[in-house]
Each structure stands twice: as structure tokens, then as C-alpha cells.
Design a protein around this ligand. Structure first.
Ligand code: NAD
Length: 367
């Protein structure tokens, strides 16, 4: 996809459209409503494959530029995630500026819903940080362009089981490359963060006979994983000293960084967390040079977007799970492309995502 190198001096003078030029964003909608206190930005990165879909994040950004940069980065990420997952969706995202605990209200969310509606379906929203399914129900009062609704409203409900299944099959594909066999039996796997996705993952891999290590800041969750799945708890200060086969980051982003890579002893990194590489280029190349196979996060955790995609067609969990299963083949193709072209796996995934968009853009041009 077309990208432009923009000089910092040019960006300083043109901080809005200048930033859109960098990754060829299609559209931004700035939303304001004094009565409700709504301040939001909706970013549509690319709609070649279909309507842009991505969650709404509510965050108390320190300034507008921080919010703009975030929404541009996140919406672009959605384009790549949906493309590589084979979905007919483009990339979009929204941010509402403000402290959710203080300013979120029914009126603010409904006003936001009206703005989403004004785009006529070019952007479909969903949950993200500081937004929940009840908020989606409220937004839905003003627009049909919402997904990720609760099951009792005809929605797809909690995406975590589908996401975890995608992580599991991706891990198996990665294991096949790294160990010559896709069975996880006997493999030592460290799952960092045993929340909604992590706990389902622990269930899959422990059933397959993996030796599972866990860490979470929540003691109840640790207790649960230890008692139910015979997992072994690892204290925070020891987790990157473990001698393991697979590291599965399922809590926070940026855990693959200079510090962790100086200690990490594993053959594979494959987990659900978003933005695992602190610096995509630097750490993507570093893992490769260390002989660690990194399964790109946006490929691995696509089960969540796959789940909401099927909600748009009248939800059916079997179809969502069947699509999530394809993440095995996608991961395998990306690993093979990276190997053949001698490039990091994240770069191979980006290429594959871009090639799909470019080829569909060509057929879209034909009457
Ligand atoms: P969650 O909030 O249910 O679970 C996160 C877990 O991480 C919690 O148990 C929390 O206690 C733990 N945690 C927080 N800080 C930690 C720390 N410093 N060290 C260790 N554990 C810590 O979230 P989730 O839905 O399970 O999602 C997990 C990750 O996967 C997130 O990064 C999320 O963005 C990403 N993801 C989730 C989905 C989905 O379908 N839920 C889809 C795509 C990506």
C-alpha cells in the first residue's frame, strides 16, 4: 500500500492531513458535542476490502495529538489484521477523549453513536479499552453500525474463546516449524496473563499435555489455573529466567523488548496480546537473529475480529470457530514466506496483508 515519507518539519506544519499522508489514511471524523462533553476521533484507514471495523477506545489522552496519533496507528493495524485473516473488512478505529470513570454517560455514548451513524456504514464500531458490551447496547440505540453485542441481543458475545482457539492453532503451526511436529505434548509453555483469553489457552494446551507455567497479577486467576489445569505459578521476578519452549504473552503489549530479549530462553513467541514487539522493526529483527520464531500478534489474535465479523452476517459460533481454525494455515504461510525471503515474520505478515488489499483494489476498479 502506498506510504509516503514525510519530513518532520512538514509534519509539524501539517499535523493532521500530514499524518494521514504517511500511511494513506482515507478519512478522519472529528466529533465534538459541548452538551455531553463528547470529544472523539473516528479514523478510517482503508476500505478496499470492506467497511472499516475496529473498536472504540476511551482514554484520558494528555493532548489531542496523542489521541490522533493513537487512532491513526490503531486503525491502520485493523486494516492489516482483517486483511491477513481473510475477512472482507477494512481498518478503522475510534477514540473518545476523556476519563471513562468521570465523563462516560448515556448521552455521550448516544451522541457518539449518531456520529458513527453519520458515516453510513463506512465505519462499524465495537468494544475496546474502557468500553463494554453495555456501552455497545447504548450506542446501538443510535446506529446499526455496532458489533460485539451481547448474545442476548443477537450479538456474538465474548470473543475470548474464539481468540484463544486462534492462538492455540497458531501455536501449533509455529511448533511444527520450530520442533518439526505440531503437537504441544511435553512442551514447556509460559502463559503471561491468564485473563479471558489466557485461561482458555491454558485449558487447550494443558489438555494437549503441555507443561504450563503461568503468571498474572491477579491471585485468584493463578489459583484457578494451578488447581484446575495443574499449571505451575512463576513469580514475576523469575518469569523471564525460565527455560521454556514457548512464550505466550497474553496480558500487555511491548513485553518483547531489549530487557526481556536479553534473558528470554524460548524457541517460539506466540500469544494473544496486541503490539508485543516494543519496536516492531528493531525487535522483529532481533528475535529473528536470536533464532526465535515470532508468530505476529495481529495474525495470532485475529479470532476476536473474526468473531465480530460473523456477527455482521447473523452470528454463528461454529462458522467463527471454523474461520479461526484457518489461523493455523495463515501462520504457516507467513512463517514459510519469511523463511524463503529471509525477512522477519512481522514483515512477511505485513506483505501478505498488503498484497491482498492491492489485488482486490485492482478487481474493484473493474466494472
Ligand atoms: P483480560 O483483561 O481478560 O486479561 C488480561 C489478564 O492479564 C488479566 O488476568 C490481568 O490480571 C492480567 N495482567 C494485567 N497486567 C498484568 C501484568 N503486568 N502481568 C501479568 N498479568 C497481567 O484480557 P483478555 O481479553 O484476556 O486479552 C488479553 C490480551 O489479548 C490483551 O492484550 C488484549 O488486547 C488481547 N486481545 C484480546 C482479544 C479478545 O478476544 N479478548 C482479542 C485480540 C487481542
Amino acid at each position: 500500500m502506498e506510504v509516503k515519507e514525510i519530513k518532520n518539519s512538514t509534519l509539524a506544519q501539517n499535523p493532521v492531513i500530514g499524518q494521514m499522508l504517511v500511511n494513506n489514511h482515507e478519512q478522519l471524523l472529528f466529533c465534538n458535542d459541548n452538551a455531553t462533553g463528547l470529544k472523539a476521533i473516528i479514523a478510517i484507514h482503508n476500505t478496499v476490502l470492506g467497511p472499516s471495523l475496529g473498536g472504540t477506545r476511551m482514554w484520558n489522552y494528555t493532548n489531542e495529538m496523542e489521541a490522533l496519533t493513537d487512532v491513526l496507528r490503531l486503525s491502520r493495524g485493523m486494516t492489516y489484521k482483517s486483511s491477513v485473516a481473510g475477512l472482507n473488512l477494512g481498518g478503522g478505529k475510534a477514540v473518545i477523549i476523556g476519563d471513562a470513570a468521570k465523563v462516560k454517560s448515556e448521552a455521550l455514548l448516544r451522541r457518539f453513536g449518531k456520529f458513527v451513524n453519520s458515516l453510513g456504514g463506512k465505519y462499524i464500531t465495537a468494544e475496546d479499552v474502557a468500553m463494554n458490551s453495555r456501552d455497545m447496547e447504548i450506542i446501538k440505540m443510535e446506529t446499526d453500525y455496532v458489533s460485539g453485542l451481547p448474545e442476548n441481543m443477537g450479538g456474538s458475545g465474548d470473543p475470548s474463546p474464539v481468540t484463544a482457539y486462534g492462538v492455540y492453532v497458531s501455536m501449533k503451526a509455529s511448533a511444527k516449524e520450530a520442533f518439526g511436529i505440531d503437537s504441544l505434548e511435553g512442551k514447556k509453555i509460559f502463559v503471561q496473563g491468564i485473563g479471558n483469553v489466557g485461561m482458555h489457552l491454558v485449558e487447550y494446551i494443558s489438555k494437549e499435555g503441555a507443561k504450563v507455567y503461568v503468571y498474572d497479577i491477579n491471585e485468584d486467576r493463578i489459583k484457578n489455573a494451578v488447581e484446575k489445569y495443574n499449571a505451575e505459578f512463576v513469580p514475576a521476578d523469575k518469569m523471564f529466567d525460565l527455560d521454556i519452549d514457548i512464550y505466550a504473552p497474553c496480558a500487555l503489549g511491548a513485553t518483547v523488548n531489549d530487557e526481556t530479549l536479553s534473558k528470554l530462553k524460548c524457541r517460539v513467541i506466540c500469544g494473544a496480546a496486541n503490539n508485543q514487539l516494543a519496536d516492531e522493526k528493531k525487535h522483529g529483527e532481533l528475535v529473528m537473529s536470536k533464532g526465535i520464531l515470532y508468530a505476529p500478534d495481529f495474525v495470532v489474535n485475529a479470532g476476536g475480529i473474526i468473531n465480530v465479523y460473523y456477527e455482521l452476517e447473523g452470528y454463528n459460533r461454529e462458522r467463527a470457530m471454523a474461520h479461526a481454525e484457518k489461523i493455523y494455515g495463515t501462520t504457516w504461510n507467513i512463517i514459510q514466506t519469511a523463511k524463503t525471503q529471509n525477512i522477519p515474520t512481522y514483515a512477511a505478515a505485513n506483505k501478505i496483508a498488503e498484497q491482498r488489499i492491492e489485488s482486490i483494489a485492482k478487481i474493484n476498479a473493474v466494472l
